[in-house]
Write a protein that binds this ligand. Structure first.
Ligand SMILES: Nc1nc2c(ncn2[C@@H]2O[C@H](COP(=O)(O)OP(=O)(O)OP(=O)(O)O)[C@@H](O)[C@H]2O)c(=O)[nH]1
Length: 335
């Protein structure tokens, strides 16, 4: 009897999502640490993804002078971001690096792809090696950032160059098993949300279960692709097992924007968020009748994760499908 109850408690812990209460101790949250050279774009990324700042406004963001901590908390997402200013060494013993990196879930290093990144890579390899020695479970991620300023050809080349340079540096430091993931990002398109989604997914313990549930949902509902979104940040916490097409992800992001814009006018905003547990949205695109977007009712009533599904009656390629909103967005994002 006691054995069974132990198993139940363990199961509950495993499938409990997020922390329901802001008063929970901060220490239980994993952290996402952001590092990079000065002006590489760390603050801009945080502000655009989590505080809804428009990309153009980031030009007026002041240089960060102190370590900045923020809590990001909704149904499946629950972590703290820590940004270290470019001029500060996170491994200075006065900053208690052991404590910081023991609870670090993901370490993001932002590289300005429009600048000379030789020094940045050297510094990054050194920081990665030090963090790895403290906690080998950290997920190491590199954002090859400001990719909007590069041609399509240059983007691939730059990513490749960074990949090789990091590998060489780590080899010299005697680190062999460290896995690094690379993302090409820009705040002027959806790539930053996509990349952050991948980072966050690595921190979601229930990911395989969520993927399986979304597969079952697709089969039972004639849905082609479904995402579980945190609507406030447009991060997708999970998706089904089919590969993600950027165009579908962008379409969903646009639909979330429309839904939130309309909700902010007509929603009741009872809990301080316009899109609450009484809200739902179905959007049908005019020229592509077979595509629908569904934002299902909230999965938990207090937080903001929503299931978004794209449905089609027949299989087709939507890579050239742009909704009026997509066109508006690409205009908005053009630099
Ligand atoms: N073109 C382009 N510019 C960007 C992008 N992201 C950030 N920037 C610009 O880069 C500049 C520096 O951005 P910040 O966010 O202040 O950089 P930071 O890394 O926080 O800098 P410190 O606080 O000094 O460490 C700003 O003018 C941003 O507008 C991007 O994706 N593309």
């Amino acid at each position: 009897m006691s054995d069974n109850s132990d198993v139940e408690v363990e199961d509950e812990e495993e499938y409990k999502y997020g922390l329901q209460d802001d008063s929970e101790p901060q220490d239980t949250r994993p952290t996402v640490v952001l590092m990079g050279q000065k002006r590489s774009g760390k603050t801009s990324i945080r502000k655009v993804v989590f505080q809804k700042m428009s990309p153009n406004e980031t030009m007026f963001v002041e240089s960060t002078a102190r370590i900045t901590k923020d809590t990001v908390c909704s149904s499946f997402i629950n972590f703290e971001t820590i940004e270290f200013p470019g001029q500060m060494c996170p491994f200075d013993h006065t900053l208690d690096p052991v404590n910081t990196f023991k609870k670090c879930g993901a370490l993001l290093f932002i590289i300005d792809a429009q600048d000379d990144y030789t020094d940045a890579i050297r510094k990054m390899a050194d920081y990665f090696a030090k963090a790895y020695r403290i906690n080998s479970k950290i997920k190491f991620e590199v954002f090859v950032h400001k990719a909007d300023g590069l041609t399509e050809e240059n983007r691939v080349e730059t990513k490749f160059e960074v990949y090789h340079a990091v590998k060489e540096e780590l080899k010299e430091l005697g680190i062999k098993d460290l896995q690094v993931t690379y993302h090409l990002t820009s705040i002027y398109d959806h790539s930053i949300f996509e990349a952050f989604s991948k980072v966050v997914q690595n921190l979601v313990r229930q990911l395989p279960t969520l993927e399986r549930l979304l597969d079952i949902f697709n089969q039972g509902s004639n849905v082609t692709k479904s995402f579980l979104f945190d609507i406030s940040s447009k991060i997708y916490v999970a998706t089904d097992s089919l590969p993600v097409e950027m165009s579908i992800y962008e379409l969903c992001c646009d639909m979330i924007d429309v839904t939130l814009d309309i909700s902010s006018i007509y929603g009741s905003g009872e809990y301080g968020i316009p899109f609450d547990e009484h809200s739902a949205a179905v959007i049908k695109l005019k020229k592509t009748e077979s595509w629908s977007f569904y934002s299902a009712k909230s999965i938990d009533s207090w937080h903001s994760s929503r299931l978004c599904a794209v449905r089609t009656s027949k299989s087709r390629d939507i890579s050239n499908t742009t909704s009026p909103v997509s066109r508006r967005a690409s205009k908005k994002y053009s630099t």
